[in-house]
Ligand binder design. Sequence first.
Ligand SMILES: NC(=O)c1ccc[n+]([C@@H]2O[C@H](COP(=O)([O-])OP(=O)(O)OC[C@H]3O[C@@H](n4cnc5c(N)ncnc54)[C@H](OP(=O)(O)O)[C@@H]3O)[C@@H](O)[C@H]2O)c1
Length: 267
Amino acid sequence: MKKTIFITGASSGIGKATAKLFSSKGWSVIATMRTPEKDSGLRQLNNVEVVALDVSNAGQIENVVKAVTEKHKIDVVFNNAGYGLSGPIETLSDERIINQLNTNLLGVIRVTRAFVPHFKKQNSGLFINTTSMAGIVGFPFDSIYNASKWAVEGFTESLYYELHPYNIQVKTIAPGVVYTDFGLKNLDKSQLPEYEKLSKKFIEYMMGDMSKVSTPELIAESVFNTVTDGKDQIRYVAGVDANEMYAERLEKGKEGFRQNLSRILFE
Ligand SMILES: NC(=O)c1ccc[n+]([C@@H]2O[C@H](COP(=O)([O-])OP(=O)(O)OC[C@H]3O[C@@H](n4cnc5c(N)ncnc54)[C@H](OP(=O)(O)O)[C@@H]3O)[C@@H](O)[C@H]2O)c1
């Protein structure tokens, strides 16, 4: 029987590439986005339904999940919508911090909570949450983004125990740097002059070898493998840069990794 994936943040980047890939593999896709008028081509694809959803809107989440679960059997929920707030902590207003957590963390929590009864009833289902290397490693000027993505990692691992008895799987996918609108939308506009040198060093560190950066299509392939590999595994790291960084983190340990990155950034 044809399977169905529900995707958040499908208007661009990883979400859009994943919607296209799953559609090409014969899945039904519910591609959600906060501004469906922005859809550039998903609607025309086979078995893709575009639905309005802003993951920072709790009421809309309830209504959309109710409507789609009445109509479809959902097999996979891909919690992907998100953006990156960056800047030194003292420059970030309450409003910007709350917005970031509301989207990247509460969005994932609320969408997941809304789908759990549906998955329990059918005794199957998979949640896959997009985190980031910033969900595993702390980066300068990303404190709130880091906090949101680390929280999603912990949220997901905790749910494993709760949902395992109902045959519901939970996974995270942590990409490194991906060529999407993410960088453009999240350009750091709140840098302070005293951090200029550190900021420059950090950009050099992250973007040092552009050959290791991923395309959204490559991350979509990883999402597809993660969904279909049948493995008892929660965390998946996606992209050459991310896999190298993760291997180094495991090899050096958390403190060793941080000490080494500190040497690079402050030398
Ligand atoms: N690009 C990277 O380097 C990178 C690395 C690691 C992890 N990630 C993560 O990957 C995920 C996808 O990002 P991307 O790289 O594909 O960037 P992107 O092209 O900017 O896509 C982000 C998507 O999230 C949506 N979104 C943002 N706020 C939303 C909200 N309140 N409700 C619903 N949708 C919302 C955006 O919708 P609009 O079009 O309406 O803004 C867009 O569809 C994010 O969770 C991001 O943190 C990205």
